[in-house]
Design a protein around this ligand. Structure first.
Ligand SMILES: NC(=O)c1ccc[n+]([C@@H]2O[C@H](COP(=O)([O-])OP(=O)(O)OC[C@H]3O[C@@H](n4cnc5c(N)ncnc54)[C@H](O)[C@@H]3O)[C@@H](O)[C@H]2O)c1
Length: 256
């Protein structure tokens, strides 16, 4: 089966004049989202725990990059102050995986960290970026959740629980902020070819892990970061001006 490649920057002015913040933007899906946004005309700021802390932004591809731990309120507050406003688009992409863990072998600290990075972060970035999002007039928040949030797998209780919670947070915020013209949506990727993939498979090489995941996907191949970025581009743009509280599955049919 020939699956065409994703046209990056097919609409070079779709996000012209918009400022976007992408957390987890230094790797994988977040990096592809930042690239798609830049190719679509946006000014993009990325935040990532993997960047060095500094008073000056780092250059990450073509974006300004700030160090931030999205699970930590002081760190997110500092990021929001550095980004300033107006902010038209906030993409919460930072996240951590869970390698298969039997529930009675799960450490409380590991459970709490997954919940903090994957869920508490959505609360913290919304709370601290709200003034900047309001200043944009109309704004869009896109949360990268997971198809495991709607189709859980064994041994992933913390990760699946965090992503199901992230979807519910998305829907609740969508209702809360609708009257203010701030749309909140989610994208649920299936297994995606990024460094994270090996985090689900006890460190097996990404290419090897990708092969076994592909066997479970109706379309027969795993998701590429660009596939997720294309769905995020739609939700972030004015093409989706009346779309809020929804979740787009980007998973080759896996969640059906
Ligand atoms: N790869 C997949 O198969 C897959 C599938 C479904 C959903 N997702 C979700 O997509 C998102 C992106 O994952 P990815 O595959 O690109 O992974 P990745 O590991 O390539 O990128 C994740 C990025 O998030 C950053 N990060 C981690 N913890 C952070 C923190 N506390 N604060 C700030 N930044 C932090 C990392 O440094 C990294 O740059 C995650 O939310 C993940 O759960 C991934």
């Amino acid at each position: 089966m020939a699956v065409p490649s994703v046209p990056t920057g097919a609409m070079p002015t779709l996000l012209a004049g918009k400022r976007a913040l992408v957390t987890g933007g230094a790797s994988g899906i977040g990096r592809a989202i930042a690239a798609q946004f830049r190719a679509s005309g946006a000014e993009v700021i990325v935040a990532d725990i993997g960047l060095a802390e500094s008073d000056a932004p780092a250059a990450v591809d073509g974006s300004a990059g700030w160090q931030c731990d999205v699970a930590d309120e002081a760190s997110v507050a500092r990021l929001a102050a550095r980004v300033g406003g107006p902010l038209h688009i906030l993409v919460n992409c930072a996240g951590i995986p869970q390698s298969y863990t039997a529930i009675d072998a799960m450490a409380v600290e590991a459970w709490d960290r997954i919940m903090a990075v994957n869920v508490r972060s959505l609360f913290l970035t919304a709370k601290h970026c709200l003034p900047a999002l309001r200043a944009a007039g109309a704004a869009s928040i896109v949360n990268i959740c997971s198809n495991v949030g709607v189709r859980p797998k064994p041994g992933l209780a913390a990760y699946a629980g965090s992503k199901a919670a992230a979807i519910a947070v998305t829907q609740s915020l969508a209702l809360e902020l609708a009257k203010e013209g701030i749309r909140v949506n989610a994208v649920n990727p299936g297994a995606t070819e990024t460094p994270m993939l090996s985090g689900f498979t006890h460190g097996r090489p990404v290419a090897e892990a990708a092969q076994s995941f592909a066997a479970m996907i109706p379309m027969g191949e795993i998701v590429r970061p660009e596939d997720v970025a294309a769905a995020v581009l739609y939700l972030a743009s004015d093409l989706a001006r009346i779309v809020t509280g929804t979740t787009i599955e980007v998973d080759g049919g896996r969640s059906v």
